[in-house]
Write a protein that binds this ligand. Structure first.
Ligand SMILES: C[S@@+](CC[C@H](N)C(=O)[O-])C[C@H]1O[C@@H](n2cnc3c(N)ncnc32)[C@H](O)[C@@H]1O
Length: 234
């Protein structure tokens, strides 16, 4: 039985899709609050982390996306806190949360019956219906082993209609001791290098880019935010 999600925070990759799903299903069946994502615990990924990052994110979305009628998807929504917060804070958006784990989605629906949640593996499927804004919050570590598949699904998930499309990525980054993907992603600014080449293959340009760090050195990590405004080349 898994008792703490801490050991499972940043896995190397599991290249079998079914095994990867099973791994997250077990976490959500064995642990009430994996990674302390409910924000009620103190500690490295505890309440401070979640309240500060949520505050930053909602302020940023307000200033960048404003009150437009965006369709917004959170991929890897887990128990649904952030999806629910966005649904409540931005009533003009249509917000949906997607997670690989059916157990997580079931629990999220129980916690927030009025919020929209669906089971989905972003490495296998695009978001349906398509949307203008996608958030990856504390999930990108689990997707890095297959960036080609990730970017292809994101490409198929965006509308690329008249309004701009946005990809928002937030994550903790480690000062030392990051175990995996040191070559790919050690800081939010590196997200641009990481994704732009792959996006270009689909004819997508990053027309604006913003990144930020909220430093929490006491815990050995900082919170990083990367924001991409995407346009399809004509
Ligand atoms: C650390 S939790 C993050 C939860 C929430 N977004 C937050 O910031 O608190 C990572 C989540 O990503 C989900 N996940 C992992 N791989 C995924 C995939 N391929 N497609 C969709 N969700 C995935 C896991 O099931 C897990 O719920």
């Amino acid at each position: 039985m898994i008792r703490e999600a801490r050991d499972y925070t940043f896995i190397d990759y599991i290249d079998d899709d079914a095994a990867r799903k099973e791994y997250f299903e077990r976490i959500y069946s064995d642990i009430d609050d994996p990674w302390g994502q409910l924000g009620t615990k103190h500690g490295p990924l505890g309440s401070d982390f979640y309240s500060e990052t949520q505050h930053f994110l909602t302020r940023r979305i307000t200033s960048v996306l404003g009150a437009e009628k965006f369709r917004f998807a959170e991929i890897g929504c887990g128990l649904g806190n952030l999806t629910h917060l966005l649904t409540r804070t931005f009533p003009s958006f249509t917000v949906s949360g997607y997670d690989l784990s059916q157990n997580a989605v079931r629990k999220a629906k129980q916690r927030f019956p009025e919020t929209d949640f669906c089971q989905l593996d972003i490495l296998q499927n695009a978001v349906v219906p398509q949307c203008e804004c996608i958030l990856l919050s504390n999930v990108v570590w689990y997707l890095l082993h297959d960036i080609e598949r990730l970017v292809n699904s994101l490409f198929l998930s965006f509308t690329f209609g008249d309004s701009s499309n946005y990809l928002l990525i937030q994550n903790p980054y480690f000062f030392n001791g990051q175990r995996y993907y040191n070559n790919l992603l050690r800081a939010p600014e590196q997200c641009l290098d990481l994704l732009s080449g792959h996006l270009e293959k689909h004819g997508i340009e990053v027309s604006a880019y913003f990144s930020s760090r909220l430093v929490k050195s006491a815990w050995g990590y900082y919170y990083g935010y990367s924001e991409f405004k995407l346009t399809q080349r004509t």
